[in-house]
Design a binder for this molecule. Structure first.
Ligand code: PRP
Ligand code: URA
Ligand code: MG
Length: 206
């Protein structure tokens, strides 16, 4: 399933991020805020279970989240979405998936992995601002599946049709959420119109 979360606040903030004159601080702030805004829709179908509590008035069988939640940013750029998501799901655990895309071959390379316990029982939300060829996200999904995860969501800001197609082909069981589906990739594998190199813009490395 692909869901493009179209909302005026998200569109406005994304426009700020797309602008080449936006500096590191505003780029970072808007990314984090969009991450938070997307959470509401991404978590809409989370399973609930019964919990017996007592309100000040009477005993009551209430609902509570049925599975632990793991937020799994793809380093580096995915880190920029974590705090916005944690502000709405403060009990979530955080996995780290270190991947970079080779600039020539566009192939993903793994350099770090660290997971919380019980990945097999958790809802795992992989986050990365950019879904370009889809190679990095597909590799990240493979990695969390090797940890036993079966309930996986992929949350990106900007996606290219090529990346969506790859994930739908390799991982049809994973729901994809985007803030925008852009036109295409250019000859260097960058999303058009896109927002440039997200990692460099977040961390000021270029
Ligand atoms: O869909 P793909 O073609 O794989 O491209 C997308 C990947 O490229 C970027 O990361 P990058 O490799 O630049 O690493 P960084 O976050 O450290 O800058 C981006 O954050 C994704 O992880
Ligand atoms: O447009 C793109 C493609 C891959 N990675 C980025 O950061 N931006
Ligand atoms: Mg980068």
């Amino acid at each position: 399933m692909l869901k493009v979360i179209d909302h005026p606040l998200i569109r406005h903030k994304l426009t700020v991020m797309r602008d080449k004159d936006t500096g590191t601080k505003d780029f970072r702030d808007n990314l984090d805020e969009i991450g938070g805004l997307m959470v509401y829709e991404v978590t809409r179908d989370l399973p609930l279970k019964d919990l017996e509590i007592e309100t000040p008035i009477c005993p009551y069988v209430a609902k509570t989240l049925a599975t632990p939640i793991v937020v799994a940013p793809i380093l580096r750029a995915g880190l920029g979405m974590v705090s916005g998501i944690l502000s709405l799901i403060p009990t979530a655990k955080v996995a780290h998936i270190g991947l970079y895309r080779d600039e020539e071959t566009l192939e993903p390379h793994t350099y770090f992995e660290k997971y919380p316990k019980h990945m097999d029982e958790s809802t795992v939300i992989i986050v990365d601002p950019m879904l370009a060829t889809g190679g990095s996200s597909a590799a990240a999904i493979d990695m969390v599946k090797r940890q036993g995860a079966t309930n996986i969501k992929l949350v990106c800001l900007v996606g290219a049709p090529e990346g969506v197609e790859l994930i739908e082909k390799l991982h049809p069981d994973v729901d994809i959420y985007l803030a925008a589906l852009d036109e295409r990739l250019n000859e260097n594998g960058y999303i058009v119109p896109g927002l440039g190199d997200a990692g460099d813009r977040i961390f000021g490395t270029k």
